[in-house]
Design a protein around this ligand. Sequence first.
Ligand SMILES: [Zn+2]
Length: 221
Amino acid sequence: MLLFFLILIAMTLASFTGLVVDRLPLGLSIITGRSRCDHCQSRLRPFELIPLFSFLIQGGYCRHCKAKLSWLYPTLEVLFSLLFILAYYQLLDLPESLILIASLLLSILDFRHQEIPFSLWLFFALLITAINGFSLSQVLWLSFALIAFFWDLKIGPGDFLWLFLIAGDIPLLKQVKILEIASISGILYYIILKKKGAIPFIPFLSIGYLGLLIWEKIPSL
Ligand SMILES: [Zn+2]
């Protein structure tokens, strides 16, 4: 029963963070909720706002204008539920869960806009630091972020700010390892998909973090 409520909370939280991801970069309100279709502005009824189920029942299309609904919400709802289930079975602790949520949101934003909203980063930075305490390597990444803000280091300030988030939770050596995994997978992605231009690097850093986390959790399963 507790798990059921946790999944309900996870899905509600996912819907809210979907709003944050969609609206924060555009400077729109995140308080008013998702009450209208983004395309035709039809007012959505309560049954059209049930996490995941509305999307599945409507087949991924708006009931009024038949526009395709965003995959962002159902994806976040599934991932948040998964995360809460893993936390419930104590396979993830609180800092790890927060880092994963922050990584997911910042990855989407970095991928879409090639920059991250400072306010969102600050929210997670304060929360994670409050739990883990301050570590010396955080000073390192913060300094790099400042330098990258003024000079072109090829790695943007947002990427260093992401490293700040994980710095209180894992040793520096592992942080560097994640940076390596991210660099290699980022380069491979660009070569294989023949991409050009700036790399949204946070998704690759997050993949590196997730990979290392899974690698370390496997022996305890
Ligand atoms: Zn519509």
